[in-house]
Write a protein that binds this ligand. Structure first.
Ligand code: FMN
Length: 256
């Protein structure tokens, strides 16, 4: 059976939305699979080698500035040459996710990937664009935390003679809400995985976290205000280990 290579293209070391959705899709894809991570130039060679005997490739990509992240572009150039030199005719699927609520904002990224396939002589098979990726990511990280709290509450409840089922009910509600908010993402991921398994054209589909936009914006504003305070914001530069300029020049030298 044809091998499917799944590439997590998020620059985050761990806990990326791309990696999470890719793994979920991977669970439903039949046949041989290889999971890889594209973060640095050092990852490129290993991925190309993995593609040599693959039939399908799935790119799980975050949307950066309405396009493909800059660390992925040089890889696509290398992959184009590699595929042409080795006569590879891979089937290409994309799972894109973005921070804003509308999944359709991934359309330019999808078009770039489609054009890349045209240039590299690969078969573009479509994919999904998911809006509200940050929220999805926060929610799935919260689930193990909530699970831990549920266990703690059950133990404390048992010690104090309280209703031990109440924390279970509360956790069930959390899971139910999560599934409801993600129903579009789940449905399209299942559909995409079925197409990947069969090697058929999935077309392009866009979905999002099922929350009205005005509520999403409210939550997003609160979330990003808090995040900006803790990850820099008002303290930016006070405790920095190196100047942002120095970091940028290192990246520039490495990438070009
Ligand atoms: C440099 C940068 C640029 C981004 N540009 C966009 C953008 O144009 N539109 C958008 O909706 N989200 C944008 N985002 C948000 C990411 O797409 C979002 O956080 C995504 O869920 C990250 O996926 P990951 O966890 O797999 O890395 C950007 C994030 C970063 C860090």
């Amino acid at each position: 059976m044809e091998k499917t290579v799944l590439i997590n293209c998020s620059p985050k070391k761990k806990l990326s939305a791309s990696g999470f959705i890719m793994r979920c899709a991977g669970l439903m894809i039949r046949g041989r699979k290889e999971y890889l991570h594209l973060r640095t130039p050092a990852d490129r060679q290993g991925i190309l080698q993995a593609l040599a005997d693959a039939g399908k490739v799935v790119f799980a990509v975050p949307l950066y500035v309405d396009g493909v992240p800059s660390h992925v572009l040089p890889f696509l150039k290398e992959m184009e040459s590699f595929c042409k030199e080795n006569g590879l005719r891979l089937k290409v699927y994309v799972i894109a996710n973005n921070g804003f609520i509308e999944g359709r904002q991934n359309e330019p990224l999808m078009q770039v990937m489609e054009h890349f396939c045209g240039r590299a002589g690969l078969e573009w098979c479509g994919g999904i664009g998911i809006g509200g990726g940050v929220m999805l990511n926060v929610e799935r990280i919260m689930i193990p935390v909530m699970f831990f709290l549920m266990i703690l509450n059950i133990l404390l409840g048992a010690l104090n003679g309280e209703d031990v089922l109440e924390p279970v009910r509360s956790f069930g509600t959390t899971i139910g809400t999560f599934l409801l908010l993600c129903c579009g993402i789940i449905a399209f991921t299942v559909r995409l995985a079925a197409h990947i398994s069969k090697g058929t054209d999935a077309g392009k589909r866009y979905t999002r976290i099922m929350l009205p936009s005005f509520i999403f914006i409210l939550f997003a504003d609160i979330f990003f205000t808090v995040i900006s305070v803790f990850q820099g914001g008002i303290f930016r530069g006070w405790f920095a280990r190196f100047k942002p300029d120095a970091g940028c020049s290192i990246i520039t030298v490495k990438d070009h």
